[in-house]
Design a protein around this ligand. Sequence first.
Ligand code: SF4
Ligand code: SF4
Length: 443
Amino acid sequence: MKTILAGDPFVKAVLGSQRMPINGEKTVFRLNRFASSLAISNGVLLYNGLTKEFVLLSNNEFSNLTHSIDAISRWFCVPKDFDEINLIEELRILSVDLLRHPGIDHYTIFTTTECNACCPYCFELSSVKRSMSKDTATAVSDYILNTSSKIYPIRIEWFGGEPLLNCGVIDHICKRLRENGLPYVSSITTNGFLFTDEMVKQAKENWNLKKVQITLDGTQDVYNMTKKYLTDSDNPFEVVLNNIQKLIRCGIRVLIRMNISEFNGIDLKELAKYLISRFASSDCFSVYCVPLYAKVRGEKQIVDAGDYSKTTTYIKELLEVLYNGGLYKKELQQRLRTHRCGADTDNAIVIFPGGELGKCNHYLDSMYIGSVESNSGHEAEKAFYQRYPILEKCRGCALYPECIRPQLCDGASNSCDFEQIIRTEQLKYQMLYEYRKYVKSKP
Ligand code: SF4
Ligand code: SF4
């Protein structure tokens, strides 16, 4: 058994080595339900979703796994009647208790809810449009200085609308944090259209910008038609791609998100091939894809995502193209997952353009829990901790350790028709990507 990734030190320290049966005990072992295996040309890759350990086995080792002292002591196999779900929930409670700390580590800041594009799937289409003023930005920086964690480094995520439409407040907040000696790094979710050479330099030097997430919905014509930019440019697609080039030349990581549905699945494969030809040589560039879900407001269907079974097929094909072209670089989780996002933790906050405090990016006009001037009340915050009940099929699902479904989250649901298939496919490419890195790192 060759170790590729060592796994989560916290989980391994708590669990220790699994006890072997002692003389006379008849314990039948089986593969841990959270373990995922993948046959490759020279053996079997095995990822343990419980401990996060990732190993390569020979075919023979895999066939005899349930009798292997090594595999049992490392929790790849467990007794036949073992309850993995119960164990991971106990580990989560313990981890949250032990790692509890005061202060905030992660701030999501809406500089504006205005946008220079009109994506049909945008969850903000019906929200009130407003931008942060300089006075509010001053109050935001004071709030960060007063509430930031003294234990972990501060991460800021610039969000919108299109956050670059109001980049003056990013400059202002960063300047005040620097003047007060508070270290931070930042990332941004943007359409990428407004970046200039000057702004990229400013982002690198003063915003401490490490990562940019940009959504691309298709090849040139499909992209331009989907985004419907409010601009004179006749080819925003090319503007955005040139800006991506500027960012990666500066060493800023660019992560492309592809929202995939039945309608753009074929075109996204073409886009993937084009991106491979243009950016595959850069370590700073990678792509991931997520299914687009249908949205209904009141009686009206505002996003039609089409046939999910077709989308699932397109996702499988797209992942293969991206992985083979070297653009799929999602790593395997190496830490026990205790929450879905900032909404269900105590150490993250969302700040809206008027200085209102919230927990989830999707609740722009409601469920505030205070303001940067008077942080008070946490009832809404606790609502995000309520999760959907465990489904019957979760009990045998290897994805359970990563699958956290708060009831208020737009991205989670009380059913699992296609998620399991899509996430299993993604996990396969995460395993292949880690193995590829491991092979490359060998002399
Ligand atoms: S909701 Fe679906 S993906 Fe998540 S653990 Fe349950 S079966 Fe698996
Ligand atoms: S939509 Fe879901 S994942 Fe996104 S911030 Fe809200 S709770 Fe978190």
